[in-house]
Design a binder for this molecule. Structure first.
Ligand code: SF4
Length: 331
């Protein structure tokens, strides 16, 4: 990605990564800001500017390094090297937190973040799993910063622990030769190709994601797979049956032996509706009143009976076509 503009906290240029980024993007405008959290000129933009703002990069120093306990497949959610994203999935969960300001922010104090990870991992009795990608897509971020390669190499110095992150991107070739020591667990998110094209704007194709899973497994990584989010468009049964068929045909034997699956149904919100209507007026409308219900504070999810029917369908398809791959949870 080549940004159109860079907004930066001047302090970030005191860090090695800040200096590297300044050199890399020295031919686009750099605009100083007080805080990456509140850029008034961007906050005041109308929703129709959403896609344009995704072409900006914000560079700053991450202040809060507080971990949040988690109980799915990791022990802690960890604030890491980025938040926000330059892709534009119409349901992106980050929009709930950052609204139209869900553009990519890069944090340059990675040494400090790694130091805390290694100290926490080493001081625990057990092998902790840290989720480092809950706030952005680190594979996409890596194409700009090289942070994931740096992370894989540096976390190798810890005596214990694992790092995990989800992604919708296939640019994994640079990780394949790294000495990951089995401590890194990438989790590839998949969806039917039609949903990827119409809804997950700017992400990798399904075919490329499947190839990336196979390559990572071949390179000895433990790899997970998310079917997420499940989007119940009119022809969802047909689309998800085809997806599972394609996964069964194209995943390697090695991948099938060690993958695990997470299934997450889509959550949507009033904020998504407002932004998408103005920023992507011709896009598919993901809000379907007939099958969705409120879920507090302007959020919507599928009605319980609809979601249960979806879960049953997916479990049945998976048991027929990918029967040896365990399903860790469905939400
Ligand atoms: S790739 Fe992930 S983080 Fe990026 S826009 Fe899509 S859902 Fe959001």
């Amino acid at each position: 990605m080549r940004p159109e503009k860079v907004f930066y906290e001047p302090e970030s240029l005191n860090y090695e990564l800040g200096k590297q980024l300044k050199e890399k993007f020295n031919n686009v405008p750099w605009i100083p800001i007080e805080s990456h959290n509140n850029i008034e000129q961007l906050r005041k933009n109308p929703n129709s500017e959403f896609a344009r703002m995704k072409r900006y990069i914000i560079i700053g120093v991450r202040k809060s390094l507080k971990y949040t306990p988690n109980h799915k497949i990791s022990d802690y959610l960890v604030p890491y090297t980025s938040s926000g994203c330059s892709a534009m999935c119409l349901y992106c969960y980050l929009v709930c937190n950052y609204n139209k300001c869900s553009y990519l922010r890069l944090f340059v104090n990675r040494e400090q973040m790694m130091d805390k990870l290694i100290k926490t991992a080493n001081s625990s009795d057990k092998d902790i799993v840290f989720e480092i990608g809950s706030n952005s897509d680190l594979v996409l971020e890596n194409t700009i910063t090289g942070n994931l390669e740096w992370t894989i190499e540096n976390f190798g110095k810890s005596e214990k622990g694992f790092l995990t992150f989800p992604t919708k991107f296939s640019m994994v070739d640079s990780f394949l030769p790294l000495n990951h020591k089995g401590k890194i667990i990438p989790r590839m998110s998949v969806n039917p190709e039609e949903i990827i094209r119409k809804v997950e704007i700017g992400t990798s194709s399904l075919k490329a994601r499947i190839t990336a899973i196979n390559r990572l497994c071949e390179a000895g990584y433990r790899v997970g797979m998310l079917i997420a989010p499940v989007v119940m468009v009119d022809n969802w049964k047909e689309l998800y049956a085809e997806l599972i068929e394609q996964l069964s045909d194209e995943l390697s034997q090695k991948a099938k032996k060690q993958l695990f699956i997470e299934i997450i149904f889509m959550t949507y919100s009033y904020v998504h509706c407002a932004i998408n209507r103005e920023a992507f007026p011709n896009a598919v409308d993901l809000y379907d009143k007939s099958i969705m219900t409120g879920r507090g504070r302007g959020k919507y999810w599928y009605k319980e009976d609809v979601r249960s029917m979806g879960e049953e369908f997916l479990r049945e398809q998976l048991s027929q076509k990918l029967k040896d791959v365990p399903i860790m949870y469905v939400v």
